[in-house]
Write a protein that binds this ligand. Structure first.
Ligand code: CO8
Length: 372
């Protein structure tokens, strides 16, 4: 009853925003805001806002650009958030559309179709509606006879979803699961907050996980681990109670906020320790891992974790980074790194996929290449 990752697929919005474009918009807004509030600033009642910089963003995060579902809205200083046309209930939803495109690519890559799949798991930081599940909408659009459900574990949505897919196969519930992680993050981002306006981008990634028939091409699962530990250092208070809360939350309260420095300091050692412990428990060492597909939140974090795990300098190929093109894509990051950088493995070679972020949550999966 073992599972194998058969294939993967990726969707991105057609448009992306460079750091320079984002910073030009932010700084124009800061200048306007400071001018409009000049008297209050001079009187010491308000603090002048400071400009952002592309140099800071790239150095602090490794991010050079991010995809978004609406570039014009993000770069309009009168709006500074994506504009999303409200769709009727008869139209496919934004998240489902992204997930379907990634799922179709994964099916095609494996030469499979809907009849080969038993279930859909949609696992992402946030769902665009409460019900019906986005996964069931994707299941219906693809024509899959079976089941679908949504789940969410912020940045570990992708890996926890993968582990759930493996469990479904191991418990005999399904022979084949499509895991879909559509992360539409830019509507959850406060583009007027200098500390976080550059961090996130939109993407959808899908994995096809099947019962291992001992034959075809893929990645078998050696071992999986999950760890969570409660922290307020990454938080969004957006939720269904907002409309009823007294006092009503201000608009900014509904966005992503973090204590980035604390996250960095607390999460890096937790992740390195978990990976090393997991390897040891499986009679493996870092030397057995050809590649680490790490969560993509911050390049310096990834460098520190990879350095601790390998206990030596490592090559970019051993811990690939996709932040430059995608920015942080929450629960999709480690899966996107895997999708883009899973070439060059011989039969039997191993790698490790690991996510980490809000919760805190860590999901770590050891994979072994199984060449046909
Ligand atoms: N431009 C110029 N300067 C800036 C900017 C800016 N945009 N922002 C801050 N600065 C300044 C600061 O004011 C500060 O100045 P000073 O030294 O004078 O006080 C200086 O730059 C340094 O600021 P920081 O200490 O904030 O900078 P860091 O080097 O720590 O870098 C980071 C900031 C990039 C945020 C970094 O701390 C980091 O990435 N930490 C890790 C955070 C992390 O991994 N978070 C995970 C979040 S993702 C997640 O869990 C998923 C949640 C679900 C997401 C849902 C979608 C929205």
């Amino acid at each position: 009853n073992t599972a194998i990752i058969r294939s993967s697929g990726l969707w991105t919005p057609p448009e992306s925003v460079s750091n320079d474009e984002l910073v030009a918009c932010f700084n124009a807004w800061v200048e306007k805001w400071n001018a409009e509030n000049a008297d209050a600033i001079a009187a010491g009642e308000l603090e002048a806002k400071a400009p952002s910089s592309s140099g800071f963003i790239e150095k602090a995060s490794g991010i050079k650009s991010r995809y978004t579902i609406d570039k014009a809205g993000v770069l309009d200083i009168g709006r500074m958030r994506p504009e999303v046309r409200r769709r009727s209930d008869d139209e496919v939803s934004v998240m489902a559309e992204a997930g379907i495109a990634a799922a179709r690519q994964a099916l095609e890559a494996a030469g499979r179709d809907a009849a080969d799949v038993d279930g859909v798991i949609c696992s992402a930081t946030t769902m665009q509606r409460t019900y019906p599940c986005i996964a069931i909408e994707i299941q219906d659009a693809l024509g899959i006879d079976g089941f679908g459900y949504d789940m969410s574990v912020a940045c570990s949505s992708g890996t926890f979803g993968l582990i759930n897919a493996i469990n479904s196969i191991q418990t005999g519930q399904a022979d084949s699961i499509l895991l879909v992680t559509p992360e539409i993050t830019t509507p959850q981002l406060n583009f007027r907050d200098r500390d976080s306006h550059f961090i996130f981008g939109d993407v959808a990634v899908a994995l096809l996980i099947e019962r291992d028939d001992g034959q075809a091409d893929g990645w078998s699962i050696v071992n999986a681990r999950m760890k969570t530990s409660y922290s307020n250092n990454i938080r969004s208070n957006f939720g269904f109670l907002n409309a009823c809360e007294t006092p009503e939350p201000v608009f900014e309260d509904r966005y992503f906020v973090q204590e980035g420095r604390k996250v960095f300091k607390e999460v890096c050692p937790m992740v390195a320790e978990l990976i090393l412990d997991q390897l040891q428990a499986n009679q493996l060492t870092a030397a057995d891992m050809k590649r680490l597909w790490l969560h993509q939140a911050n390049i310096n974090m990834n460098m520190m974790i990879a350095r601790k795990v390998y206990d030596r300098d490592f090559t970019p190929d051993e811990a690939p980074v996709i932040l430059d093109e995608f920015a942080n894509t929450a629960g999709a990051g480690s899966l996107v790194a895997f999708h883009r950088h899973s070439d060059g493995f011989e039969n039997g070679e191993k790698g490790l996929m690991c996510s980490f972020g809000a919760g805190y949550s860590i999901g770590s999966v050891i994979l072994e290449r199984r060449a046909a």
